[in-house]
Each structure stands twice: as C-alpha cells, then as structure tokens.
Design a protein around this ligand. Sequence first.
Ligand SMILES: [Zn+2]
Length: 254
Amino acid sequence: MRRGSWRIRILIGLAIVAFAFIRRCSNQEENPYTGRTQNINMTAEQEIAIGLQSAPEMAQQHGGLYPDQRMQALVDAVGNKLVQSSVARETPYQYEFHLLADDRTINAFALPGGQIFITYALFSQLNEPQLAGVLGHEIGHVIGRHSAERIAESNFWQTLATGASVGGDMGSVVAGIGQNTLLKNGRGDELESDELGVLFMIQSGYDPNEMITVMEVLKAAAGPDRVPEFQSTHPDPENRIEKIKEAIEKYSGR
Ligand SMILES: [Zn+2]
C-alpha cells in the first residue's frame, strides 16, 4: 500500500512539473518594443493596475513626496520629454514621475505599468542630462516589462517547487535554483535598461556620456552614511560602464 501511494505522489509531482513547463511555453511572447522574447502572464492593463496600487505605499516608505513643486516639475518635464521623444510614447503604459522626500537613500525605481520614482538624495546629485539618464533607465524597466517577467518567472519556480516537493524531497533544491535565476535575470534587466536609457537620452537630445557620470555618482554614493540600496540591486558599475559605452557607440549617429 505504501509503495502505491509513493507512486501516486511521483505522478502528481510530475504532472505539476509538466504543467509548469507547458504554461511557461504558452506564456512566451515577443516584446514589441525591445524585440526580446519573454515569459509574461499578465496584460499591460494588469501591469498598470499593480503599479498604481503599489505607488502610494512606495512613496510612504521613502517619507512621501518631495514638498517643493518646482523640483517635481523639473522631474516631470525631463520624464515627459523622454517619453515623447521615444518608443515609450507608443506603449499603453501611463508614465508618472515621482520625486520622493527621502534625502538619505540613493535610489530610483520603477513599478510595472509606468510609475517611476527617484529619491531626493539621488536627484540632488544630478544635473538635467544625468536625471534624464536615470529616468530613461527606469522607463527602460517599464518597457522591458521586467517586473512582469520576474513575477511570471517566480510563479514558474513556485509551481515547479510544489511539484518537486509533492514528488519527493527536491523542493528546497529547486527553490534554490529559482532564486539564482531571479538574480541573474535582474542583472540582465539592468543592462537592458541602461541600453534603453542611452537610446532615449540620444533621442531626447541629451548627451548619453552623462550616463557614465551617473554610474560614477552611484559608485561614490556607497559611503559610510549612505544606504547603497541602488547599488545592491544593480550590477557592478564598472561592468555597466563598459556596456553603456557600447550602447553609445551603437546608437550615436543614427
Ligand atoms: Zn535599474
């Protein structure tokens, strides 16, 4: 009897694993703005809804919005210029640029669907072209659908881990692989966003070499009294600078 139930468990486990792979294949689609094939299991409308829902909480975590409307207006102007001059204009996403009051954490980030944030700590260290570089990079995360891709990937590994743990004791092993895969994708996301950021800078009339200065600002920001949050989620700045130089060469003169 016990051997029989063990076999059933293996079969159910295999069925769940097969389901995960089949769903992954059926979720493959080509991103019309980057040309890259991705695993996505949500629509642009769902991405926008997730972003709008999470935005107030994100702002709250960074001390709310920065009170000076003139500074916010500058962020809006640069962000909108990037959107209007690039393929971002043709996407269904709703872009909103938020200047956060946080003057200690050097950070910028994007939620799916177009909600983009920059802390005052980072903003205050940048000139306008460098601000364009940071916002262009974040628009790149939105257009690259990186959050949606991460969610789909995480669902896939969760289903796989469930199947493996039903079938045997492999659950933790598979879960471990999943986490590594998520981190590796994160690095690729950053490099794709850097490249898109360079392209959007050029299309908006900004000097793309200022993106290299942004990397230097981020590198210098990792001091003792600053939280290097941006760096902890981003690949080594030296590596990024090499790739940014390649992107400048690729897109300049177009
Ligand atoms: Zn990034």
